[in-house]
Design a protein around this ligand. Sequence first.
Ligand code: LLP
Length: 463
Amino acid sequence: MSRSAHPAGPRHADVLPEGHYAAPPADLNALDPKVWAQTVTRTAEGTVSVGGIDVKRLAEEFGTPAYFIDEADFRARARAWRTAFGADADVYYAGKAFLSRAVVRWLNEEGLNLDVCSGGELTTALSAGMPAERIAFHGNNKSAEEIEKAVSVGVGHIVLDSFQEIVRVAHIAERLGKRQRVLIRVTVGVEAHTHEFIATAHEDQKFGIALADGQAAEAVRRALKLDGLELVGIHSHIGSQIFDMAGFEVAARRVVSLLAEIRDEHGVELPEIDLGGGLGIAYTSDDDPREPHEIAKALSEIVTRECEVAGLRTPRISVEPGRAIVGPTAFTLYEVGTIKPLDGLRTYVSVDGGMSDNIRTALYDAEYSVALVSRTSDAEPMLVRVVGKHCESGDIVVRDAFLPADLAPGDLIAVPATGAYCRSMASNYNHALRPPVVAVRDGEARVIVRRETEEDLLRLDVG
Ligand code: LLP
């Protein structure tokens, strides 16, 4: 296990082998549709545009760094998930990937439900009109206030994550005179990797209740006894940025066998299973993500087959994609500042953002792509490391990539596939001002999350 292995998915932790980028891409001006949002294209003048608007114009109007989200692409991906899973299943967008009120409205209009994991996400969702019954509330340590709010507004599901929480939610619901629909989150003993999975007997992580040693069965026993709870199903989330379906299939099989055990012991067939999120996206041209319809087909086949074998009615399936919907729909636009060539090694290209707007490279050794977007260039490729303006050397946005050797201060470069877990994990490190999120569609651009200002910083700092 590398020093930075991360439970959210070892893919993040892959340390690039030496010489990974030994060969520069054939054409530095090309934009691989795998990693760029759908409407991103190079204009006749050589600049890049999104939603019909040139990035130079976007930079002038909104400044840099900034995230630009392709609204049509977001809606198309949300719709693709919805269509792939059909009317007998539910798609919950995982708000932790990126949540704003505009996004909530898009999801609502496209018929998706929403997974929230904090009071803040819940408030954002409700304030933008997401019906409470289409919200699932997650978290391994929900506060009493959060539970109380979720129950009082009538969220569709609370996903119970621990033995303590079974009792806590039941008490709060009873006190409020309610019966809360809940799922129990189990850890199925699958450790998901990108290209492999390792079945483990016990999971060494904070989430959920283990299937092993009869713990999940005991949780079900307790939940079924409590008047404040209506137990409707089992939840499993095996990890994130996963390409291989095998882990999901094992998880589905194990969840169905728990449903069969529950039927045998209690005479109850729980009507729902939620298989979580975690589907990987392309950050570089080397990644090959699965399409929603492939995922829907694989999951529904395995659940149907296993239920047939166990003599169970097929439960309603839910999934919770976050990254796979929003990730590919946005890019971060930066202006090139200083350039430092290190002969025979690489060139450091500093941009006007950094680890405060994309912590994923520093945190997970995540890989990203980058392109010069304010013009084309016929110059030779140079090996670059795109770094930020923060006071530490781990402030890396793109570890290894190629940009044209005539790159100069003032050029605009863009890092694609930053829609998920970049703005949502952004920080104020070094009192950086978090960048805006601008939605672009059909020739119109509008700010959906504004840029932070120094006044915002001072407002929090009460002296
Ligand atoms: N459902 C549950 C219960 C989750 O915990 C998560 C993600 C998702 C759904 C959505 O997973 P997705 O489809 O987006 O992979 N910060 C990390 C990712 C952490 C994911 C946490 N849970 C990153 O930047 O890669």
